[in-house]
Design a protein around this ligand. Structure first.
Ligand SMILES: [Zn+2]
Length: 442
């Protein structure tokens, strides 16, 4: 028995990316930065509670259940209910074994909560420290609908746990492991918990996605648009487990999308992002074809890696990811068409990931303008004249970056899972992450 425990302990240490503090039953504790750079924070709890100096453990004040305590930032230090305190950091202390949550700005959290000065800023940082499993409880419902088939929710739970382990220490310089936003994972505390999500976490307790024995950066996204992408084609980093695979998200409401811009709107968006090319004259990208795609400007799925913008004041190459951010596109898996101002609708021929050629008639939203010259002299150059206000139509597939697990694809797989197979979440994970094992860490 002792040998087994030692081996497990060794495995855990070897697998964790940083030496994390140990929590109950072998799971690590995670420090979540709930807020930073706040001028004031309101603390409370479901049971009577105290505020203590985090370093000396001295009790600075005791309060009744639901009583609100305001912490403010001042140049000299923290101010609790109007009284300056000498503590560098304060923590909320609950009576031992009180089945209560701590309230921060009217949201409820498990574990412990501390408040201190934001590193390098004149504001407050709030950190929630809790066991990893309880942290995952507060993530799932923020990511997917917990009403989805349980095997899909379980796959999401394992991916979220794995990604959390991978992210431990990401914000070490700020004094916590992960933040509570999309930069890490959106975490809503107890307020965001859901009974089915909690069951999915409990049913997969301690399980992670590992490649050659190490937890992977288990990226996930909404919808792959028929095909996911190799990691290096989106963020530049090659990971053997993050390969392009077919996605089963055809029934997803995000499977295909379309967005229209006027030439002026694109010029304004580019300019405000610091991309100064003058009047937009042409956009150069290869046509979207059925995956696997072999084009220098596209990834395996067809996601744009980079495209060329030609303007009156210069040309530039931007990454697909950059253009997606600048224009607020659902994904980088798209094709474009430049449309005459006089046209009221355009026929859009596009090949989806299943090879279906779709002819879509897209109505144009702009007011008709007098017709001006328009030409496409090479099929991969979509040219605007620079003199009129053409409409540029983006027609694309999927939602999100397209790396790793597709949430809508996982749902579709779970719906087709053999009845009663409670291990099917592993098949889902092994489909979206290449060459991985599902390992039990604790
Ligand atoms: Zn973050």
């Amino acid at each position: 028995m002792r040998t087994t425990l030692l081996v497990l302990g060794f495995l855990l240490l070897a697998l964790l990316p940083v030496a994390a503090e140990a929590g109950p039953s072998g799971q690590p504790l995670i420090k979540v930065g709930l807020w930073s750079n706040q001028t004031s924070v309101i603390l409370s709890a479901d049971a009577g509670f105290s505020i203590a100096d985090a370093d000396s453990k001295d009790i600075l004040g005791s309060y009744k259940a639901k009583e609100k305590v305001t912490v403010k930032f001042a140049a000299a230090g923290l101010v609790v209910n109007g009284q300056p305190v000498a503590a560098r950091e304060i923590t909320v202390v609950l009576p031992a074994k009180a089945p209560a949550g701590i309230e921060v700005n009217r949201r409820e959290y498990r574990g412990t909560v501390s408040v201190r000065r934001t590193v390098g800023k004149n504001g407050l940082t709030v950190v929630n420290t809790l066991p990893l499993e309880e942290y995952i409880y507060g993530i799932i419902a923020r990511e997917i609908s917990p009403a989805w088939p349980l095997e899909a929710v379980k796959a999401q739970a394992v991916a979220a746990r794995t990604y959390a382990l991978y992210s431990l220490g990401k914000h070490r310089d700020d004094g916590y492991d992960v933040c509570a936003t999309t930069d890490c994972q959106v975490y809503g505390g107890m307020t965001a918990e859901d009974a089915r999500a909690t069951k999915a976490v409990d049913d997969t307790r301690g399980l992670v996605v590992a490649y050659k024995g190490k937890p992977i950066p288990a990226y996930f996204h909404g919808s792959g648009g028929g095909y996911t992408e190799n990691s290096e084609n989106v963020w530049g980093g090659h990971h053997p487990a993050l390969r392009a695979v077919i996605d089963y998200d055809e029934e997803s409401p995000h499977y295909s999308w379309e967005k229209q811009f006027t030439q002026k709107e694109i010029e304004a968006a580019l300019a405000s992002a610091g991309i100064k090319i003058g009047a937009l004259q042409a956009i150069e990208l290869s046509p979207l074809t059925k995956p696997p795609v072999n084009a220098s400007d596209r990834g395996v799925s067809g996601r744009i890696t980079e495209l060329r913008l030609i303007g009156s004041a210069g040309n530039t190459v931007v990454s697909g990811t950059k253009l997606r951010t600048v224009l607020g596109l659902n994904s980088t898996l798209f094709d474009i068409k430049v449309v005459l101002p006089s046209e009221k609708a355009v026929k859009f021929e596009i090949t989806d990931s299943y090879g279906d050629r779709d002819t879509k008639t897209v109505p144009i939203n702009t007011k008709p303008l007098p017709e001006k010259g328009f030409s496409v002299d090479k099929p991969d150059i979509r040219r605007v004249t620079g003199r009129t206000n053409e409409t540029i139509i983006f027609t694309g597939f999927g939602w999100g970056h397209g790396i790793g697990l597709s949430q809508w694809g996982a749902k579709a797989m779970a719906e087709r899972a053999p009845t009663g197979n409670t291990a099917y979440f592993k098949e889902i994970l092994k489909h979206y992450y290449t060459g991985v094992e599902i390992q039990k860490l604790y």
